[in-house]
Design a protein around this ligand. Structure first.
Ligand code: 5GP
Length: 194
């Protein structure tokens, strides 16, 4: 029986991962997004259980104690984690799963799931990333500075990824991602991306 693949997608905050992933999910019914848990506050327009499982600090700690996380990390002063249940139930049903997680979390998953494919979405430049974060308008200046510092660390980590895709023109980024997924699916005997 076929076991689903894991695609880890990382990239600095503001690089456009969300848009690209949403496009990919629309294309194929055999790929699903793992919903992470977080202790950060909901942003405008976000929904519980859809964007994240928005948890209290104590509920998050409960999940840690019960060993429910495949990985968890502190990111931007909040805790974020991938629930085993989100990934394993789908993989066992032959469904591919996308994890949109930071680089530290990605390395933790890769240790436990060596077949996971790590893909890094690279901004065209740090200046361009700053512009995108400022245009998003959802964070204060000091948070934008923190996210840019974090971006530099993540870009350094990306050298250990399987694939790096520069997100310049969104349609091209999407095509590059599709072809990675198609190649992997064909290698494992499936043809998921239409
Ligand atoms: P945001 O707060 O903007 O939604 O996400 C902030 C960062 O947390 C992003 O870099 C995102 O990839 C990362 N992140 C989201 N979910 C997880 C997770 O489950 N585990 C880890 N390690 N990082 C996550």
């Amino acid at each position: 029986m076929k076991i689903g693949n894991i695609y880890i997608i990382s990239g600095p905050s503001g690089v456009g991962k969300g848009t690209i992933i949403a496009e990919l999910l629309r294309l194929s019914q055999d790929i699903e997004l793992s919903v992470s848990a977080t202790t950060r506050k909901k942003r405008n327009g976000e929904e519980d259980k859809k964007n994240y499982f928005f948890l209290s600090e104590s509920d998050f700690s409960d999940h840690i104690e019960k060993n429910n996380f495949l990985e968890w990390c502190d990111v931007h002063q909040h805790r974020y984690g991938t629930l085993k249940n989100e990934v394993e139930k789908r993989n066992e049903a032959g469904i591919d799963v996308i994890l949109e997680i930071d680089t530290k979390g990605a390395f933790k998953v890769k240790k436990q799931k060596p077949d996971a494919i790590m893909i890094f979405i690279m901004p065209p430049s740090l200046e361009e990333l700053r512009k995108r974060l400022e245009n998003r308008g959802s964070e204060k200046r000091e948070i934008i500075e923190k996210r840019l510092n974090q971006a530099e660390i993540e870009i350094e980590d990306s050298k250990d990824y399987d694939f790096i895709i520069e997100n310049n023109i969104i349609s091209e980024t999407k095509e590059a991602l599709e072809s990675i997924i198609k190649d992997k699916s064909q290698a494992t005997g499936d043809n998921h991306v239409n």
